[in-house]
Design a protein around this ligand. Structure first.
Ligand code: SAM
Length: 427
C-alpha cells in the first residue's frame, strides 16, 4: 500500500522541480491510495504549494545545506511535515511520526534522524522562525516576488485582498443547463439530495454550493443537468450573447466549458477550436454529456490559413491562453510554474491570436476577449494596443453603467474567480 506523505512528496517534487502541473501529477501519484488518503494527499499538496516560500525558508534555516540531486524529494517530505505541523489539525507527535515513517516507503530509512531533527527543531524554534519569515515579503505573503510586484503595481489598493484570496479555498459553482432546468428547479433537486447551496441572482445560471461535493452526487449530472464552472467563467456565454442560427467561433475552446454554455443558451452553429488534441477530447466528452453538438477543430488559432474555410463568424469568443493568475486559489501550482518572462510571451501570443482572428469576424459582429488573468499586460494593456492597431474595432460596454474610456471588465478573485472580459464590435 502506498504511503500518503511519501506520495505527496513525490507529487510536489514533480510539480515544483520538474514543472509538471498539479492536475497531471496528483492522479498519477495518488492512483493506489484509498479515497480517504487521496483526499488527504490532495489537501497536503495544495497546502504545501500555497505556503511554499515560508516552508522553504524554515528548511533553509534548519538544514546545514538543502537536500540536492537524488535526495531532493526528501526536501519536499520535510515541507509535507512542516505543513502538517503549522497548518493542519494533526497532533504534533503524529505529524512528525507519520512524516518520519514515510521514509520507509521511500526506501530511505537512513534519513529518519535528519527528518526527525528538522521537524523537532522547528517545534522548538517556531516563534522565532515565524517572526523572521514575516520580514521577507515572499514568505509573508507566500507568493513569488515578481508576481507580488505586478499585483502591487496594478492594484495599489487591493493587492492585499487578491493575495489573501489566492491563499483561500475556492468555492464550488455549478452552471445549470437552462435547456433542462431553471436554477430554482435545480436548487430544489439539490435540496432533495441534501446538498446545501446559496443562490446568486447576479449570475443567471449559477448556483454556489456551501461545500464542494463529488460530481457523482450532483442530481442528474450525467444526464447533463449541470456542470461545474466558476460563476466568473459563466459570464462569457452571456456576454457573447450568441443568437439562434448564428455562426460562432470559440477559438481556444478546451475543455469546452464555455462552448457548452453558448450552446445551452442558443441554437447556434459553433466551431470549437483548440490546439491541444487531448484537451479537445474533453470538449467532445462535455458536449456528449450535455447532448450538444459543435464542430471540433484541432489547430493553432493564429494559423488561420490551415483551418479557416472563408465563412466569417457572427460572434467570436477568444478565451486566450493566459497566466491564469486569476485562478491561483484553484491551481496553487501556477505560482511556481509560471515565470516572470512568461507574461510578456503570453501577451505576445494573445496579440497574435487577436490580430489573426479579427478578419474572420463579420462587419457588425462581436468578439469577446477573455482571460482568467488579473495582470494588466494581458488585459487592459492588451486591449489598448489592439484598438490602436485596428481602426475598425469599437469597444462595447459590457454593462449599461460601464464607461467607454475603460475597455473591459476586471473581476478579482473573491466570490468568483479573477477574470477579464472585453467586448469588441467590428464596424
Ligand atoms: C483558458 S483555456 C480555454 C478554456 C475554455 N474556453 C473553457 O471555457 O473551457 C485556453 C485554451 O487555449 C488553448 N490554446 C493555447 N494556445 C492556443 C493556440 N495558439 N491556438 C488555439 N488554442 C490554443 C489551450 O490548449 C487551452 O485549452
Amino acid at each position: 500500500m502506498s504511503n500518503v506523505r511519501a506520495q505527496a512528496a513525490h507529487t510536489l517534487y514533480h510539480v515544483v522541480d520538474r514543472g509538471v502541473s498539479l492536475s497531471a501529477a496528483l492522479p498519477r501519484y495518488s492512483r493506489d491510495l484509498n479515497p480517504k488518503d487521496k483526499a488527504l494527499m490532495q489537501q497536503i499538496c495544495y497546502g504545501v504549494l500555497r505556503y511554499l516560500p515560508s516552508l522553504e525558508f524554515y528548511c533553509q534555516q534548519l538544514l546545514d545545506e538543502p537536500l540536492k540531486g537524488k535526495r531532493r524529494v526528501y526536501q519536499f517530505l520535510l515541507y509535507v511535515g512542516l505543513y502538517q505541523l503549522i497548518h493542519m489539525r494533526v497532533p504534533e507527535h503524529a505529524a512528525v511520526g507519520e512524516t518520519v515513517n514515510a521514509l520507509k516507503a521511500m526506501r530511505a530509512p537512513g534519513l529518519k534522524g535528519l527528518v526527525n531533527a528538522v521537524l523537532r527543531n522547528f517545534q522548538r524554534q517556531r516563534d522565532e522562525l515565524e517572526a523572521a519569515a514575516t520580514q521577507i515579503d515572499a514568505c509573508k505573503y507566500n507568493h513569488p516576488s515578481w508576481l507580488l510586484k505586478k499585483l502591487k503595481r496594478d492594484y495599489p489598493e487591493h493587492w492585499h485582498t487578491i493575495v489573501a484570496q489566492n491563499q483561500a479555498q475556492a468555492p464550488m459553482w455549478l452552471r445549470v443547463n437552462q435547456r433542462q432546468y431553471t436554477c430554482e428547479q435545480y436548487a430544489h433537486l439539490l435540496s432533495k439530495q441534501g446538498i446545501e447551496y446559496s443562490q446568486f441572482a447576479d449570475y443567471q445560471d449559477a448556483i454556489k454550493l456551501k461545500k464542494a461535493v463529488d460530481v457523482q452526487k450532483l442530481p442528474e449530472f450525467f444526464a447533463g443537468a449541470s456542470s461545474v464552472q466558476d460563476a466568473a467563467a459563466q459570464q462569457a456565454a452571456r456576454l457573447l450573447g450568441a443568437q439562434d442560427g448564428e455562426y460562432v467561433l470559440d477559438a481556444c475552446a478546451a475543455p469546452g466549458g464555455k462552448t457548452c454554455h453558448i450552446l445551452e443558451l442558443a441554437d447556434a452553429k459553433v466551431m470549437a477550436l483548440d490546439c491541444d488534441a487531448e484537451r479537445l477530447d474533453k470538449v467532445r466528452a462535455n458536449l456528449q454529456r450535455l447532448h450538444l453538438d459543435a464542430e471540433l477543430v484541432c489547430a493553432q488559432a493564429q494559423d488561420t490559413e490551415s483551418w479557416w474555410q472563408g465563412q466569417q463568424f457572427d460572434r467570436i469568443l477568444l478565451d486566450v491562453p493566459c497566466s491564469a493568475t486569476g485562478v491561483i486559489r484553484r491551481h496553487p501550482d501556477i505560482k511556481w510554474l509560471r515565470r516572470h518572462s512568461d507574461i510578456d510571451e503570453l501577451a505576445k501570443l494573445q496579440g497574435q491570436i487577436l490580430d489573426a482572428i479579427w478578419p474572420l469576424l463579420k462587419p457588425g459582429g462581436t468578439l469577446l476577449y477573455a482571460t482568467c488573468s488579473v495582470l494588466s499586460e494581458e488585459n487592459q494593456e492588451q486591449m489598448k494596443a489592439f484598438f490602436t492597431r485596428h481602426s475598425d474595432a469599437q469597444h462595447s460596454p459590457l454593462h449599461e453603467q460601464d464607461s467607454i474610456a475603460q475597455p473591459g471588465w476586471q473581476l478579482l478573485p473573491g466570490d468568483t474567480d479573477g477574470f477579464y472580459y472585453a467586448k469588441i464590435i467590428k464596424q
